[in-house]
Design a protein around this ligand. Structure first.
Ligand SMILES: C[S@@+](CC[C@H](N)C(=O)[O-])C[C@H]1O[C@@H](n2cnc3c(N)ncnc32)[C@H](O)[C@@H]1O
Length: 356
């Protein structure tokens, strides 16, 4: 890349990422203020101190901002190295962003009430019971509608970006370099990728930005999220979306060059997590890669352990504690997948496995 092109790339990157960061970090600050006011009204702060919740070690603000800056530096370096093009986050027009912002803020009081009451079973009712596995029918994160409604799908990406202070998409993109490593020099039209628990399709969008002609399959158990993803990805060809379970993939054996899964493993009960990895291994071709991106685990970056331990206190994350100590390399090995690398990226990490 010429010095001029590098300068233009950096300017364009800053011009898109900085306002985005400010937008979501601003939402986060506003949300913290609202939550603090609500807790104060309920006297919860005092109870927290009594329970000793504040003893856990957490990284300071400067460490967090430093790690965020490093993440964006890596994202930009990947662009400059030609691993993927300058990313387009596709947050929608300002009208869409404002609409989603309103949806996000107007839901906070209900989320707060559920959190206060530790109530997370609203979505399991007569209409839904039996249509999905029981473990799935919960208000994960205390969010309204759980994974089941169109409004939940509309709110989801704002919620995730606010939680991660505007870094969620940049973290998702950290799963692209291990794909580039096996895709480079090959005819993308002949490769196949399946994204498991694809949600609203944001990761698949970045996959298509990097490999527009790659046939991809998005799989998720939520009809509402799959519908949202279909709409989000409609500008791309060779995209197939299926409503199905990670633990029972509707894909033939040895049919995929890559299987990806982003922020899904921590949402699954241990037995389902194992079954999902077994399924990923089954559908991979020999030499294919399973690339999972999810939260850091305990001891990955010891300074962050306190932050990880606090997470399920504020969000309904019933399987997160078991996720923190899960032996992913061991599970993968049992299904014929060799561990290639673990790569921390701010509060996430990329785990890469390869089928022999
Ligand atoms: C935290 S979201 C992650 C979505 C997306 N991958 C992303 O990058 O944000 C978890 C997703 O996993 C889906 N999911 C949870 N359990 C599943 C299962 N057993 N099979 C398929 N999808 C599942 C949910 O519907 C939800 O869309």
């Amino acid at each position: 890349m010429s010095p001029l092109a590098r300068l233009a790339t950096r300017a364009a990157y800053g011009a898109t990422q900085l306002p985005r960061l400010a937008w979501y970090a601003g939402h986060g600050l506003a949300m913290q203020r609202l939550a603090a006011a609500a807790r104060e009204r309920a006297g919860e702060e005092t109870q927290r101190r009594r329970r000793g919740d504040n003893r856990a070690t957490v990284p300071g603000q400067s460490r967090i901002y430093g790690d965020m800056a490093e993440l964006f530096g890596r994202d930009l370096a990947n662009v400059e190295d030609g691993i993927y093009p300058l990313p387009a986050d596709h947050d929608g027009s300002w009208v869409t962003r404002l609409y989603r912002s309103r949806l996000f803020f107007s839901d906070l009081p209900d989320v707060h009430k559920r959190r206060q009451a530790r109530r997370h079973d609203e979505v399991a009712d007569d209409a839904t019971r039996g249509t999905r596995p029981d473990y799935y029918l919960q208000n994960f994160h205390y969010q309204s509608g759980g994974w089941l409604t169109a409004d939940s799908a509309q709110r989801y990406d704002t919620q995730v970006e606010v939680l991660f202070k505007g870094t969620a998409n940049a973290m998702r993109r950290m799963a692209l370099p291990p794909l580039h490593a096996i895709f480079k020099g090959r005819d993308q039209r002949r490769l196949r990728l399946a994204d498991i628990g694809c949600g609203t399709g944001r990761f698949l969008d970045f996959v298509k930005q990097a490999w527009p002609r790659l046939p991809v399959t998005g799989i998720d158990l939520s009809e509402a999220y799959v519908k949202h993803a279909r709409r989000h990805l409609r500008r791309w060809s060779a995209v197939r979306m299926l409503v199905a379970k990670a633990e029972s993939l509707p894909l033939p054996d040895a049919s995929q060059d890559a299987v990806t899964s982003i922020y899904v493993m921590h949402e699954l009960p241990p037995a389902i997590r194992r079954a999902a990895i077994a399924e990923g291994a089954r559908v991979l071709k020999p030499g294919g890669r399973l690339v999972m991106l999810d939260s850091l685990q305990r001891r990955d970056v010891p300074d962050y352990d306190g932050l990880l331990e606090r997470f399920p206190q504020n969000y309904h994350e019933p399987y997160y504690e078991s996720y923190l100590d899960e032996d992913f390399a061991g599970i993968a090995r049992a299904h014929g997948l060799a561990h290639v690398q673990d790569d921390p990226a701010f509060v996430s990490k990329v785990m890469v496995f390869e089928k022999a």
